[in-house]
Write a protein that binds this ligand. Structure first.
Ligand code: ZN
Length: 138
């Protein structure tokens, strides 16, 4: 299968559990043991209290569409996802926001709305890499 986008590389040690979880169909988020803050992206320090005792918690996979953009052109030839496609900033139910794509929906601003409920879909690219994409929650 030909890949339609570049793979994340390298995967840093602090992000390893995130990618391992995705491979098993789980969306894991880093959580600070000291203050309970759930955050994204993965870091060695809690961005709120700077503690180093980070654990991982399984997210519900649900959230809302915080912001989006419909892309009609591809500006890098390594990106082979056919436009138009939807670039999405998703706000997870647990709080953190992450950048992804909204899929399984017509890329039409009359259909896609900010604050619409979304849920994760796992998109396996390789044996190593599965991406968390999102679709409208029905
Ligand atoms: Zn903390």
């Amino acid at each position: 299968m030909e890949l339609d986008r570049p793979l994340p590389n390298p995967i840093t040690p602090e992000a390893r559990p995130f990618w391992d979880g995705l491979r098993e169909g789980k969306l894991l988020l880093p959580r600070c043991q000291s203050c309970g803050h759930v955050f994204f992206y993965p870091r060695v320090l809690c961005p709120r209290c700077h503690a180093r005792d980070i654990t991982w918690t399984q997210a519900s996979g649900t959230g809302t569409l915080h912001a989006f953009e419909i892309a009609y052109q591809v500006f890098n030839k390594a990106w082979r996802v056919k436009p138009p496609y939807v670039l999405a900033m998703v706000e997870l139910a647990e709080g953190p926001r992450l950048m992804s794509n909204l899929v399984n929906v017509e890329p039409d601003p009359r259909i896609i709305k900010c604050e619409m409920p979304v849920r994760v879909v796992f998109c396996k690219l390789t044996d190593e890499i599965t991406l968390p994409l999102f679709e409208p929650a029905r």
